[in-house]
Design a protein around this ligand. Structure first.
Ligand code: ZN
Length: 752
């Protein structure tokens, strides 16, 4: 049941080249009206035969039965588990005794265990092990899954009981965690339409199902444009400027796309396009690739997403009005977030927007000067930005990103994050080779307390790219920590990435960006592993959308600490630590290119919010985007990080809609929190680390995040630390320590 209310099955994923991440929720929970009819008996009968329905076996409450999964088992398992959960919920709703915390709220927390287990494995197959066979199951189950939530949140008898408990006179006698849990249940039910009349409820449910279909279409269009469109290079001349590893990757891509031998392919994905734009000396080809990429979903053909977006926005606006909110943005950003209102989110974004744009103009001036010096005879255009940016980086800081790679070994850095976890949280990681995995490259570690040896959880690591695995990087909790009824259940978390697997016996070398992403995702894992709560709905990373990236963005900062670099950033051949000279260059270039990174992100975040503040008007996405950017004063030399027709964060599900601002919001908090360490004894200060554990990493959603942060920091977060980190002037800190705290952040930090 916990998943239905808060959807704690949170996937946190970073784009391939970005330091930070997106949080993707997998709304795997669902079923349709006819599922309940099957009842618990069917589920019980199927349990014996279907491994997905069985309790997990093994020590510490078991781990998923990865060695037994067959795709054919998913549909019957989902059907049986949904039926079982609906039967459980019906029983709670039909209880003859007066509603109280235990027989209603705690009972809901106890329910849905089977569905949790099935959807956990289902979501792993969706993200890590996808196949045409699995997609067939997904296509059938997605709409049914979409209706399941409504069926529960629209259960009138159930809501009456929750409401009675919420208004109970003995509320004060509950623990603070219980009070928060009741508030969350009540609020989530009301937000989903529990108080509406029958006709409005039916319409909301209809809209939810229509949206589920539109999201699927949006995604498929985007995938098609990313798979089917690519640029074929046919001569040495067309490879001008590309380093060897990019040529090799392009040759491999050509083979994968079944092109003639002796050709190279630039794929229409960020991890292929960005390096090409950075290094290709062929301006004409850079323009071609850039246009291909920024026009995904916007080509006026069968994969065009504009009409879908118009429909999505109208349905969302209608649903928000039915639910009693002026706009979709007001529905999404309300009491369930830290920002509390879209206006406050807009205020923060606009505060950072102006200095970011001013910095872009400086960056463009530097690039133009360099181009003029070379007699290039050009005016900087968007397809020139990354190319000249790299040249300016070399000229200004004498830093070549490729120099770093030999020091960044995947295995060593993994040891580094373990070591950091030991220093900050007293964790120890021990290989657990006997735990079943779904793919041979996946490895498992048992996490214990360094001092007491107490079991804390398992950490799964799925590092390499392969067919059927989604791009980017993310964290996923297979099971939430909890101690319902005094029974201790530990968590299982995973980190997932898309590193390129090396040859057998050779170390895998990764970029600084990738290393940052590793620390980021591990921050999410530590958030899950530190969880110390009673109720699963409130555990680990099940916190507000605009708070969940705080622990992960914070953890990124430990990569740059001398302790980590000295011990773990060692040369793969000589074993020598990264030279101090190279570290100094990294530090000096810490705020380089932050104008570009911040502006391309913020342009997307601002357009997201404006689209969802626009209400019920019929929106032409291209025209709206153009006008919004003109009003903002978007510099002509760059585009949104995600243009509207390809903005998967906000149109492939509800989860990030009117929520893309979250990365900035949490980076403000993360920057401010890191200064708590630097103001004290440094990044490994034990007292600050203990406060961080106590008030942030261990509390899950048991306290209001703003209150939890205040207890950690002694005050609210301030924006100045972020401005320092990005090298922007902040009014309050002008003339002050403008450069004292930026030194720990590398240039490659990106925010989404
Ligand atoms: Zn993240």
């Amino acid at each position: 049941m916990s998943k239905i209310i808060t959807r704690t099955r949170v996937l946190l994923l970073a784009t391939a080249v970005a330091g930070s991440a997106v949080v993707m929720k997998v709304n795997a929970e669902s079923a349709t009206a006819d599922d309940s009819a099957q009842g618990a008996q069917t589920a019980a009968a199927a349990t014996a035969a279907n491994p997905l329905l069985a309790e997990w076996s093994g020590p510490h409450n078991g781990t998923p039965p990865f060695d037994k999964v067959r795709v054919a088992d998913f549909k019957p398992a989902l059907e049986a588990a949904m039926a079982e959960n609906l039967a459980e919920v019906d029983k709670i709703a039909a209880d003859k005794s007066a509603p109280n915390f235990d027989n209603t709220i705690a009972a809901l927390e106890r329910a849905g265990g089977t569905l949790d287990r099935v959807t956990t494995v289902y979501s792993i197959w969706s993200g890590n092990m996808n196949s045409p066979e699995f997609q067939t199951v997904q296509r059938e189950m997605a709409p049914r899954l979409a209706a399941f939530n409504d069926k529960i949140t629209q259960n009138e008898a159930l809501f009456k009981r929750i409401e009675t408990v919420y208004n109970a006179p003995d509320k004060k006698k509950w623990t603070p965690e219980q009070q928060r849990l009741v508030w969350l249940y009540y609020t989530n039910f009301v937000r989903s339409g529990a108080k509406l009349d029958a006709a409005s409820k039916a319409r909301v449910s209809e809209i939810n199902q229509k949206l589920a279909g539109l999201y699927t279409n949006f995604n498929q269009h985007l995938l098609s444009d990313e798979n089917d469109l690519f640029l074929v290079l046919r001569s040495e001349d067309e490879l001008a400027g590309l380093p060897k590893e990019l040529r090799d990757a392009a040759a491999a891509a050509a083979a994968a796309k079944k092109q003639q031998p002796g050709t190279w392919v630039i794929l229409n994905t960020r991890s292929s396009v960005d390096p090409f734009l950075t290094y290709s000396g062929r301006r004409d080809l850079r323009e071609k690739v850039w246009r291909m990429f920024v026009n995904r979903g916007d080509n006026g053909d069968k994969n065009d997403n504009n009409a879908i977006i118009t429909d999505i926005l109208q349905l969302r606006a209608e649903r928000a009005r039915l639910l009693g909110f002026p706009t979709h943005a007001h529905w999404r950003v309300s009491e369930n977030t830290m920002a509390k209102s879209p206006e406050r989110a807009m205020e923060l974004m606009m505060q950072v927007w102006k200095p970011a744009v001013a910095r872009v103009h400086e960056e463009v001036a530097d690039m133009q000067a360099l181009a003029d010096k070379e007699n290039a005879g050009i005016k900087i255009e968007p397809w020139d930005y990354r190319f000249y940016m790299e040249k300016v980086r070399k000229a200004k800081y004498d830093l070549d990103q490729n120099e770093l790679k030999p020091y960044l070994q995947l295995d060593k850095l993994r040891e580094g994050i373990f070591w950091v976890a030991g220093e900050l949280f007293n964790f120890k990681f021990t290989p657990a080779p006997n735990i079943p995995v779904y793919q041979e490259d996946v490895k498992v570690w048992e996490v214990t307390d360094k001092s007491s040896g107490k079991h804390i959880g398992y950490w799964f690591f799925d590092p390499y790219a392969r067919d059927g695995k989604r791009s980017g990087a993310w964290m996923n909790a297979y099971r939430s920590q909890q101690r319902l009824d005094g029974k201790e259940v530990t968590t299982i978390v995973s980190n997932n990435a898309n590193f390129v697997k090396g040859k057998p016996g050779e170390p895998v070398l990764i970029s600084w960006d990738d290393a940052t992403t590793m620390f980021h995702e591990f921050g999410h894992a530590l958030h899950g592993l530190n969880s110390n709560v009673t109720y699963p709905t409130l555990a680990g990373t099940a916190v507000a959308r605009d708070y969940v990236e705080f622990p992960s963005q914070l953890l990124e900062r430990w990569l740059m600490t001398p302790e980590v670099l000295q011990r773990f950033a060692v040369h793969y051949q000589t074993g020598k630590p990264i030279p101090q000279e190279l570290v100094e260059k990294l530090k000096k270039s810490a705020t380089f290119n932050q104008g570009f990174a911040t502006t391309e992100y913020l342009a997307s975040a601002l357009v997201d919010m404006k689209l969802h503040l626009a209400g019920a008007q019929k929106i032409d996405p291209d025209a709206f985007e153009k006008q919004a950017l003109a009003e903002l004063g978007m510099p002509s030399e760059l585009v949104m990080r995600h243009r509207t027709p390809q903005f998967g964060h906000i149109f492939s599900s509800d989860s990030y809609s009117a929520g893309y601002y979250s990365y900035l919001w949490t980076d403000v908090i993360a920057a401010d929190a890191f200064e708590a360490f630097t103001e004290a004894g440094g990044p490994y200060d034990k007292k600050v680390a203990e406060r961080l554990r106590k008030y942030v990493f261990s509390v899950g959603n048991t306290v209001d995040p703003a209150e939890g942060y205040r207890q950690f920091r002694g005050r609210d977060p301030r924006v100045e630390a972020l401005m320092r980190k990005r090298g922007f002037p902040a009014e309050e800190s002008k003339g002050g320590g403008a450069d004292k705290s930026t030194a720990t952040k590398p240039a490659t930090k990106r925010n989404n």
